[in-house]
Design a binder for this molecule. Sequence first.
Ligand code: SAH
Length: 243
Amino acid sequence: MLFGFCVFCNQPKQAYLYNMRFDIITVLPSLLESPFAHSILQRAQKKGIAEIVVHNLRDYASNKQKSVDDYPYGGGSGMVMGIEPFANCIEKLKVARNYDEIIFMSPDGVTFNQQIANQLSVKGNMMVLCGHYKGIDQRIRDLFVTREISIGDYVLSGGELPAAVLVDAVVRLIPGVLSDETSALSDSFQDGLLDAPVYTRPADWNGHRVPDILLSGNTPEIEKWRFEQSIERTKIRRPDLLE
Ligand code: SAH
C-alpha cells in the first residue's frame, strides 16, 4: 500500500501511516531542504514514518512587502519578528490537525539532550518555530509555544539549524527508521554513558591494531569490554553523567 510520494526524493512512500509530523515555520525554507533530503531523515520520509513539512513564514504576512519583522518597542538594536505571520500560520495548521507540541528554538530555552529527544520521539504532530534577528515577539511565546528548546549555550543567527538538529535527533529514534533498531539504544547518553570506541577494517593499519578482544568472536566478553570502555570514557570525559 502506498501513501503518495515523498516531496524530497519523489519516491513512493511505503506501507506506513505517518507516526510523526513536523511542521517547521521559517523565513528561510531553503536552509532546511538539504538536512532532510539525505540519509536517515530521507529514509524516514520515504518509508512514510515521519513527515517533515517546511512552511515559509512570509506566505503568512499580510503586508505588501511580505515583511515579518519590525523595530523593537522601547528601542535598541536588532529587528523583532512580529506576531501576526506566526499566528496566521499556526492557526491555519491547527485547523487541519491537533498538535502535541509547539516548540520554539531559542538560546534561552531548556538545553536539548537525549532525554528530551526520547520524550519527543513518542509524540505525533509537532510544530517548530524558527526565530531570526533579535528574536520573536514575546506574545508568540506566551500564547502558542508549549516548549522552548536551546541546542546549547551559544547564539546562532537563526532557528533553522537548531530545528534540523532537533528533528534529526528525534526522528532517528522512531522504530523502523534506523536499519538496526538496537543501534540507537547503544548510542552515547541513551543509558547515561558515552558510547564505547568503534573500529572497522583493516585490523592492522601501519602497526596500529584493533583491540584483540574485538577480533575474538567472544560476544559476552566483547559486551563486557564495551561496557568497561563506556564507563572509562564517561569517567574521563563526562564525569557529571555518573553522578
Ligand atoms: N536575542 C536572542 C538571540 C536571537 S538569535 C537571545 O539573546 O536570546 C535568533 C534566533 O536564532 C533565535 O530566535 C532562535 O530561534 C535561534 N537560535 C539562536 N541560537 C540558538 C540556540 N542556541 N538554540 C536554539 N535556537 C537558537
